[in-house]
Ligand binder design. Sequence first.
Ligand code: BTN
Length: 247
Amino acid sequence: PGITVEVAAELDSTNETLLTRARAGDRSACLLVAEHQRQGRGRQGRRWISAPGDSLTFSVGVPYAPRQWAGLSLAVGVAVAEALAPEVQIKWPNDLWCAGRGPAGEGRKLGGILIETVGTAPSTRQAVVGIGLNVRSPDGGPAGWPDPRNRPAGLEELLPGIDAAEVLRRVAPAVVRALHEFEREGFAAFRARFEARDLLRGRTVQTTEPEAPEGVALGVDDEGALLVHTAAGVRTVAVGEVSVRPC
Ligand code: BTN
């Protein structure tokens, strides 16, 4: 099935544009790239800020609502990581990290995935998958980055000379293929591929569960939910955020 690719010079947010169209009943398959977003959104109400050319920002409309959210996000993450470089890892459930580039050899964030949905009835629900990838490491603006250890990485550190257009050429077909594959086969088609790039495995994570507040990440189940070995036993974390202890 075909997909239309649209490039906008400037808009508020590629996710917002596709969500607005979906709310108006548009179910056509579209990949929308923005050279610049005025109001890029991150997860949990955060903003995604980038200067034109410094990151690749695009969204794809998915004309179905997945049963497993973490699974969809991981499937897209796997597709993006595989299209880029062996060092690109996935931090469950939505982040792309670059291994071993921090000041103490730890990873640094390269980009993220934001999935938003429209509609409640199964026949009309739609999802928009938004992806932001740093081509250059963001400098944090005039005030700089508050803590340089948290400064995100840029793909040009892994792939010298790469620009946003080349990142799009590599990543877009991989993401579209992954969305079809996920629709047919679910997360099963991606589980082993995810495990090869699982940043959290073996690391101590904080969960949002009061009676099992921390544990060691063991990997994911068949649906893409995170498995955490806590003092209260193995817990499944399906939604919400985990944070990772620096190690
Ligand atoms: C995150 O790391 O919190 C997710 C960031 C997702 C950013 C992308 S950029 C393209 C799409 N449009 C948006 O407004 N956000 C997503």
